[in-house]
Design a protein around this ligand. Structure first.
Ligand SMILES: Nc1nc2c(ncn2[C@@H]2O[C@H](COP(=O)(O)OP(=O)(O)OP(=O)(O)O)[C@@H](O)[C@H]2O)c(=O)[nH]1
Ligand SMILES: [Mg+2]
Length: 414
């Protein structure tokens, strides 16, 4: 385990969320298998352009590194190559920033070929501008946090080599993207109602996926436990078939390089009919986490998709004291089997708002259609009318549903 010192400069720009952000940095460092042995905070009007910390503080950092025998210093700010070099000259250990740390965790987590390629692309994109005129030798970093990567070769310093690699990875990713696009298209054509889980990392998205479906996806008390999107069928008790997609979690200051690299993964959520925004209701940092996710929904062009907020981890809360901030919402615990019902009903309520209400009758000879309909619409009522010798059906159907079209034809005939 590497010993880590965390550094942050509290300034006019970040003072509102500074404490939480530092706590999150500690959490990230631990997720990357670091042991936090010290923290250094400086209050300053703005960060120092050359060394982030002021001169005096930098010397303090140097003695803290020595006394704690730290292996690495992680800054809660983006650190340019030049800044890293200047700081390193003083403290004599590896310097990393928040972005590199997040990239490193992603590199650890990436399991699928696609995930690995995406992380490698993000790392290379992060590296490229940092190489300009620097001749920065990555080898000096040695091993450990900040140097992990899924690529077989160590990250190379040669810019040309990196550019070639970027082109190569993009080409490979394009193929998986096309494959993904095809299955997504297929799902769209089959007009299955699609639900996407999104939310801050560690909010409980995968746990909710597990609660609703019988799958056992990886749910862990770790940041970014999930990297690869996973889509599962989920059938509502009334019979309607939907799909549920679990995906990568969001975090404040999600590196733009990552967002770019993970475009196709995030695409999975862009085409859904309903988003479940999972929020850790117990987080002391809840409102900032909510804002982060809302901003990302916005920047990922997903603003047109209806959202149901799912406040999670209710088992750890005094439920009566809880005050929600986003609507519509429901409050559940993914760890309580009984809450499956609450969540399901909340989802159905949202679906009804998106669907069109319909009523129709079917001749006895058409009764075989009912089973099929049950899988494609929300059927509230269906009964056989003995006097009229027909079936009466009532419910809600997706707007583009063939059942709705057929019903309206029926209505015209009458
Ligand atoms: N007490 C309690 N813990 C929960 C609940 N839901 C999830 N957790 C825990 O919270 C942690 C994170 O859960 P995950 O389901 O992995 O969260 P996630 O949103 O998928 O996280 P990432 O994939 O890392 O973004 C795990 O340790 C879960 O056991 C809940 O309702 N109550
Ligand atoms: Mg997960």
């Amino acid at each position: 385990m590497e010993k880590v010192i965390l550094v942050g400069v509290e300034n006019q720009e970040n003072f509102k969320t500074f404490t939480e952000s530092m706590a999150e940095l500690a959490n990230l460092a631990e997720t990357a298998q670091g042991e936090v042995v010290g923290e250094m905070i400086q209050k300053r009007q703005a960060i120092d352009r050359r060394t982030i910390l002021g001169k005096g503080k930098l010397l303090e950092l140097q003695s803290l590194v020595e006394s704690t025998e730290a292996d690495v210093v992680i800054f809660n700010h983006e650190v340019s190559a030049r800044q890293a070099r200047l700081i390193e000259e003083v403290v004599n250990v590896k310097i990393l920033d928040r972005v590199q740390l997040i990239l490193d965790i992603f590199a650890m987590r990436a399991k699928s070929k696609e995930g690995q390629l995406q992380v490698e692309l993000a790392q290379l994109n992060y590296l490229l501008p940092r190489l300009v005129g620097q001749g920065l030798a990555l080898s000096r970093l040695g091993g450990g946090i900040g140097t992990r990567g899924p690529g077989e070769t160590k990250l190379e310093t040669d810019r040309r080599h990196i550019r070639q690699k970027v082109t190569l990875i993009k080409r490979e990713l394009k193929q998986t993207e096309e494959h993904r696009e095809r299955s997504r298209q297929k799902r769209k054509e089959s007009s299955v109602f699609q639900i996407g889980l999104i939310g801050y990392t560690n909010a409980g998205k995968s746990s909710i996926m597990n609660l609703l479906t019988d799958t056992k996806t990886y749910a862990e008390n770790q940041l970014f436990a999930t990297l690869d999107p996973l889509t599962k069928k989920w059938q509502l008790p009334e019979g309607l078939e939907t799909t549920l997609t679990d995906t990568v979690g969001f975090i404040q200051d999600l590196p733009t390089q990552l967002i770019e690299a993970f475009q196709s993964t995030l695409e999975e959520s862009r085409s859904v009919d309903l988003l479940l925004h999972v929020v850790d209701a117990t987080s002391s940092n809840r409102s900032q986490q909510e804002d982060t996710v809302l901003e990302l929904i916005d920047s990922l062009d997903m603003k047109h998709i209806p959202v149901l907020t799912v406040y999670n981890k209710a088992d750890l809360l005094d439920v009566d004291e809880f005050v929600p901030t986003l609507f519509p919402n429901c409050l559940i615990s993914a760890h309580q089997e009984a809450d499956q019902e609450i969540l399901t009903q909340a989802i159905i309520k949202q679906m009804k708002e998106l669907f069109l209400p319909f009523e129709m009758t079917l001749e006895p000879k058409e009764a075989y259609l009912i089973t099929q309909m049950q899988q494609e619409v929300l059927l509230d009522e269906y009964e056989y009318d003995e006097e009229k010798n027909n079936y009466f059906l009532k419910g809600y159907a997706p707007k583009q549903s063939k059942w709705v079209r057929e019903v309206s034809d029926d209505l015209l005939e009458w």
